[in-house]
Design a protein around this ligand. Structure first.
Ligand code: SF4
Length: 447
């Protein structure tokens, strides 16, 4: 397993799935290019599978390495970029891209390789390329309780995943469009058992990962279930854990911020920050991107959080597709209004993430009104987020999609993208994206 940016924890569920699979497998974790380890293991006659988990930034950085390592041993690439643009990963030479729940895919791939059978037909939750064509395997949903969220043997204790999938359809977000969008919860028994291991290992701060932290146990997936949240937090405390819910990485939507939930979280959890997604100060834009709530709901949620003794941290995304001058003005006003109430703001720049309905929308530079508001609010010390890096990153991600937007036999670049992308494409070629060398050459000569 090749970890990137120190993100070893992302492999914990897959590692624990493999360890419990009955396949005789030994897991090694490397934090730099795995070529030497792979060569040595192959020399010793071992069957080797190399695994990556890549976000879009990691994919752009590691494309050359993935391509090189794929020639040494079967290489499997998972993570959000592989799910959203599996064909790009496969064109680099990867044996399989994971497009659904990784636990099931990893076990089946490793089992087949251990037995010496091939990947001519795609295992569940994966995509492969055979004879120049892409094939996607059947979708098989994992039950979270079947896999422990941590892997103590390698010291992997990530935030405990309590919910997977989301029933909302925000167009900028990868979660609902992935092959695994169906909502599942981890039971309190499974959470408590894992939390006891964390505490025994000296890691008593228990954080959770969930698309909507306060939706834990929700029956209709639209309203919170305070009793389920209370049980979750109480059981973690009962084994000596200090639970955190509603702050990163278990943020929440405004509709789920209710007095009942806040009372429970205030009493039983240790966080005093609540992360609330607003994304835009314009109701019209919120509707256009399928957000499913209005601005006032988020302002109300922030006010309620303050009333119950929390600091709300409100997410805003700059430059979403279709954002008009009026939308920018309204968002800036909402930023001032929220910060005057006592909220902090976590700022993002729109990223056209692969696999989302907005993947083909070119990102825009930061609007001057945002720049002005940011300068003012920076002085008040209420801002956080990576909006500056994301402005550049958004263009890089878009240009990768523009180069190879769909699982066609040959890449068919998006028309008209040369104007925005030729500079970046020049920088990409040829070392990082060798399989695209001829496409890039043709595009650059046209640009
Ligand atoms: S942004 Fe949040 S609420 Fe919207 S689809 Fe993604 S995870 Fe669900």
């Amino acid at each position: 397993m090749r970890s990137v940016y120190g993100g070893k924890n992302a492999f914990a569920p897959v590692a624990s799935a493999l360890a419990g699979s009955g396949v005789d497998v030994r897991i090694e974790m490397v934090e730099e290019s795995p070529d030497p380890v792979v060569r040595e293991l192959v020399r010793r006659g071992r069957r080797v599978v190399v695994m990556y988990g890549v976000s879009s930034p990691a994919f752009l950085e590691l494309a050359g390495e993935i391509s090189r390592v794929s020639r040494l041993a079967p290489t499997v690439v998972g993570g959000p970029h592989a799910t959203g643009a599996y064909w790009q990963v496969l064109r680099l030479g990867a044996a399989a891209a994971v497009v659904g729940d990784g636990e099931i895919a990893a076990v089946e791939i490793v089992r087949r390789i251990a037995e010496g059978s091939g990947l001519e037909e795609p295992p569940p939750n994966t995509a492969i390329m055979a004879g120049g064509r892409f094939k996607v395997g059947p979708v098989k949903l994992a039950r979270l309780d079947d896999y422990s969220p941590h892997y103590p043997r390698l010291g992997l204790f990530p935030p405990i995943e309590i919910m997977r999938g989301c029933s909302y359809r925000c167009m900028f977000c990868q979660v609902p469009w992935e092959f695994k969008s169906q909502v599942r919860f981890r039971s309190v028994e499974s959470v408590a058992a894992a939390a006891a291991d964390y505490v025994a290992a000296g890691k008593s701060e228990i954080r959770f990962v969930a698309p909507i932290g306060f939706a834990y146990g929700s029956e209709d997936l639209r309203t919170p279930n305070p009793a389920a949240v209370e049980e979750l937090l109480s059981r973690v405390r009962a084994v000596g854990g200090k639970p955190y819910l509603g702050s990163f990485p278990s943020e929440t939507r405004p509709e789920f911020v209710t007095p009942e939930i806040l009372r429970v979280v205030r009493r039983l959890a240790y966080n005093r920050r609540i992360s609330i997604g607003l994304q835009s100060g314009s109701d019209m834009l919120l509707e256009r991107v399928g957000r499913g709530h209005g601005v006032e709901e988020a302002v109300r949620a922030a006010g309620l959080a303050i009333e119950y003794g929390f600091t709300p941290v409100v997410d805003i995304i700059f430059g979403m597709p279709g954002e008009s001058y009026e939308d920018v003005v309204e968002t800036v006003n909402a930023m001032y209004r929220l910060s005057s109430m006592g909220a902090r703001l976590r700022l993002h720049h729109f990223l056209p993430l692969p696999g989302t309905p907005l993947a083909r929308s070119p990102p825009k530079p930061l609007h001057p009104l945002y720049r002005k508001a940011v300068l003012k609010l920076l002085g008040r010390g209420v801002l956080e987020g990576h909006w500056e890096e994301q402005e550049k990153l958004g263009l890089e991600i878009y240009c990768m999609t523009a180069l190879d937007p769909a699982p066609t036999r040959e890449p068919q670049p998006l028309r008209g993208s040369e104007r925005l992308c030729s500079g970046l494409w020049e920088a990409m070629t040829p070392a990082r994206l060798e399989p695209y060398a001829s496409v890039l050459e043709a595009l650059l000569s046209r640009a």
